[in-house]
Design a protein around this ligand. Structure first.
Ligand SMILES: [Mg+2]
Length: 148
C-alpha cells in the first residue's frame, strides 16, 4: 500500500508537551531540524519492511527537500513528499475542493489528526486513520488497522 502521514500535530508537535519526541542530537539542534514524534522511525521502518511505500502529505508550505532532510536526519528515507504547493496544484486541476485528496496522488491510506480530513475521506471515499496527540499507543493503532 501507498501510505501517507500528515505532519503538524500528527508527527510534529505544535507544542513541546504535546507528545514525546525522538531523541535530538547536536546536529538536529544546530541545523534547527524540527522534532519528530517518538517511535515514528520505528513505525516507518516496520511498515516499509512489510512492503508499504511511506511518505508525507501535508498542507503546510514547508519545502519538500526540507521535509526529506528532516526524516533522513532521523534515519529514514521517505518515498514521497506532498506539500501544499503540490497539493493545491493537483487538486485545483482536478476541481476537488477538499483540503486533502489522497486518491489524486494514488495514496491508499492517509494518517492524520484532523477530524475534517476524516469527514473528507467519507465524502470522497478515501481511507484515513485519525490519531490524536494523546494516543500513547498511536503506532499500535495504526499497525493493527493496517493489518486488519
Ligand atoms: Mg495535522
Amino acid at each position: 500500500m501507498k501510505i501517507s502521514f500528515d505532519l503538524d500535530d500528527t508527527l510534529i508537535p505544535y507544542q513541546k508537551k504535546d507528545f514525546e519526541i525522538e531523541n535530538r542530537t547536536f546536529f538536529h539542534k544546530i541545523l534547527q531540524i524540527e522534532p519528530l514524534r517518538k517511535d515514528t522511525i520505528l513505525l516507518f521502518k516496520n511498515l516499509k519492511n512489510n512492503g508499504h511505500s511511506i511518505g508525507i502529505y501535508t498542507t503546510s508550505f514547508r519545502k519538500n527537500w526540507k521535509i526529506k532532510l528532516q526524516f533522513l536526519s532521523y534515519g529514514f528515507n521517505v518515498d514521497f513528499v506532498i506539500n501544499q504547493y503540490k497539493n493545491n496544484k493537483l487538486l485545483r486541476k482536478n476541481s476537488i475542493s477538499a483540503s486533502k485528496h489522497p486518491p489524486s496522488f494514488k495514496i491508499d491510506l492517509h494518517i492524520d489528526d484532523s477530524k475534517g480530513v476524516k469527514l473528507e475521506g467519507e465524502k470522497y471515499n478515501f481511507k484515513t486513520i485519525i490519531i490524536s496527540k494523546n494516543d500513547l499507543k498511536w503506532q499500535e493503532i495504526i499497525k493493527s488497522k493496517i493489518n486488519s
